[in-house]
Design a protein around this ligand. Sequence first.
Ligand code: UD1
Ligand code: UDP
Length: 384
Amino acid sequence: MIKIVTIIGARPQIIKAAALSRAIKNFYSDSIEEIIVHTGQHYDANMSQVFIDELGIPQPNYNLNIGSGGHAKQTADMIIGIEELLQELKPDFIVLYGDTNSTLAGAMAASKIQIPIVHIEAGLRSFNRTMPEEINRIICDHTSTLLFTPTATGFNNLINEGFKKQNSLPYNADNPGIFHCGDVMYDNSLFFKDIANEKSTILLDNNLVEHNYILSTIHRDNNTDIPERLNSIFNAILEIANKENIPIVIPLHPRTKKLIDTNLDKELLTELKTTKQIVLLPPVSFLDMIALESNCKLVMTDSGGVQKEAYFFNKPCIILRSETEWVEIVKEGAAIISDADKNVIISSYDKLKSLNHKAFPIIFGEGRAAEFICRTVLEASNCI
Ligand code: UD1
Ligand code: UDP
């Protein structure tokens, strides 16, 4: 039996963790003990607990309750809390997801006391170091022992940074193992799609008609915190909603909810709040989100996860960023990078709205990434 400590903290990590917890419960409960540590980075019920309840993730064994704060204080408090727990729990591995401050804190704490790191969603790069996430993921990758990439591009990025695919057992931080295994979020989307469409009433509740609404999410700091960019995005959204007479559903991240009040021009804010075709919602549950994604006409987002889920459900996507880590979806013609440019957002909509909804090629694995990860972790610890 091996012991792993899984760190969760931000919304997407909680959702990603569901895939591994499910694989452990279904196939590896005799060989893997999972202890879940929530950093408390996200704490509103609709940013955290809703996913734990809905997706069948075991209740976290510990919650550090760190909450919001500047990068340094938030990360430092997490490092202290995680180190104390790792010293007490002495796990065989720590499992880290993605690229948030919770990921970085886990990497910093574990690497200094020689707890081997498993990084899930390794190798992704935006090649934009002004993004806090880019720093977090590079540091986490370069302190990890087992790295699992969701895409071939992620794997190649690691090779380009000096990781060697010929490394073999026994793995450690100086001899890390890299594996391309597909995306745990693809596992989740396949698993939860039918459940979502059976259980979710979100379309009905908001009078939405299948294939006749746009789904949008915005939360990146360089969109929410820079007034010109935020105004430009919401101007485009309003123009499309009015011109096309199509509802645009926007589940608002708490960061965005706060910042539209201060950073949007007053007139635009009023128009946003009073236009009938704009449906502003609080953050929605994952099942509601999957229902929204799988039934919409098109997605406009700056979220990493939502871009990819649009692809899983064969929906075209406008990426409200200057670059993406998920370059495959752009290469396939399924998504266009618009950045925060109003004119490009509108012209991208015009290009994508009539895209023939054929199935996009499969590039995120077979939906069994989590099982592969469990098996590989066990092999690395000599338990298979
Ligand atoms: C974080 C991640 C980002 C990820 C996103 C997922 C970092 C550096 N950023 O960004 O990579 O895409 O999560 O959603 O780790 N807030 C609440 N309630 C909550 C959580 C946050 O009100 O439950 C508000 C607070 O005002 C907080 C702000 O949102 O200051 C930002 O939260 P934070 O976790 O710092 O960053 P995110 O923008 O959520
Ligand atoms: N998500 C959700 N409810 C929402 C918005 C997003 O369940 O209101 C899910 C979404 O389906 C995806 C994940 O949260 O699985 C993405 O998280 P987010 O956009 O916050 O972060 P990112 O992926 O950009 O790091």
